[in-house]
Design a protein around this ligand. Structure first.
Ligand code: CP
Ligand code: NVA
Length: 300
């Protein structure tokens, strides 16, 4: 999200809306005919893998699923050499990995566009889908308040940057020690200064949710943190999004979760299956925003 300007974010959302309408009308839109996308996965995925693969198919192109463990990357071939080789076959790359520096290294040595499909630091494609979902349900972005309750993780980081850039207020509540990274918060504050929005980070979930138009949470233990899951369940217990907490949000708030959800931990069934949840639209919108992104960076 650091790489995208506010205008670029809004352009992705606009094109996503157009492509979504075309898809719903059954109108073909083969803007990437003959193009190929490689998708490197070092972590599991349901939504990212399927939505990118279907996106390329619907755009007339082709997507290759590349499990990092099955590539020579898993046997020590460098990221730089992998980037150089894959650039000779493919028109674009998507990578889901641990270190943000791996995505940046891949991008540095590749001659083709590289998309971050989630790192420990960021999850930008998810936040593009979240912003499209909010705009569809609320009719606007600027001036709304989003509350993020939970771990100061990759989703939280990308939300901080994305909300600030489009002029949404964002209020984060996380247990002390689990706050978002300071450099990301600073970058979000700098963007918010330009749009006149507010960025708040604190430890009180009620304060964060008060008056919120959008309430968001995510798992307490992300991929790679499985060993900490037990300890985190205890520490994060007061941060569960449940009926009691959302009483402090606006009456017409919407609830987002990137999924997969751990029902009964960060969110209750009552909220996830309740009338305020728009999580299935949110999951669908991964497809539409990624199609827009692919056309914008790989289209001729
Ligand atoms: N939200 C998301 O990225 O889901 P997956 O891990 O299933 O791709
Ligand atoms: N924060 C979660 C998001 C999963 C889509 C993780 O990194 O596991």
């Amino acid at each position: 999200m650091r790489d995208l300007s506010a205008a670029e974010i809004l352009a992705v959302l606009d094109l996503a809306g157009e492509l979504k309408a075309k898809a719903k009308r059954g109108e073909p839109h083969p803007y990437l005919a003959g193009k190929t996308l490689g998708m490197i996965f070092q972590k599991p995925s349901t939504r990212t893998r399927v939505s990118f693969e279907v996106a390329m198919y619907q755009l007339g192109g082709y997507a290759l699923y590349l499990n990092a463990a099955d590539l020579q990357l898993g046997r020590g071939e460098t990221i730089a050499d992998t980037a150089r080789v894959l650039s000779r076959y493919l028109d674009g790359l998507m990578i889901r990995t641990y270190a943000q520096s791996d995505v940046e290294e891949l991008a540095r040595y590749a001659d083709i566009p590289v998309i971050n499909g989630l790192t420990d630091l960021e999850h930008p494609c998810q936040i593009l889908a979240d912003l499209l979902t909010v705009r569809e349900h609320k009719g606007r972005l600027a001036g709304l308040k989003l509350a993020y309750v939970g771990d100061g993780n990759n989703v939280c980081h990308s939300l901080l940057l994305g909300c600030a850039k489009v002029g949404m207020d964002i209020s984060v509540a996380s247990p002390p020690g689990y706050w978002p990274r300071e450099d990301i918060v600073e970058a979000a504050r700098a963007a918010a200064d330009e749009t006149g929005s507010r960025v708040e980070v604190g430890a009180d979930p009620v304060e964060a949710v008060r008056g919120a138009d959008v309430v968001v949470t995510d798992v307490w233990a992300s991929m790679g943190q499985e060993k900490e899951a037990g300890e985190r369940r205890r520490i994060f217990a007061p941060y569960q999004v449940n009926g009691e907490l959302v009483r402090h949000a606006r009456e017409d708030f919407i609830f987002l979760h990137c999924l997969p959800a751990h029902r009964g931990e960060e969110v209750t069934d009552e909220i996830l299956d309740g009338p305020h949840a728009v999580v299935w639209d949110e999951a669908e919108n991964r497809l539409h925003v990624q199609k827009a992104l692919l056309v914008m960076i790989m289209g001729s």
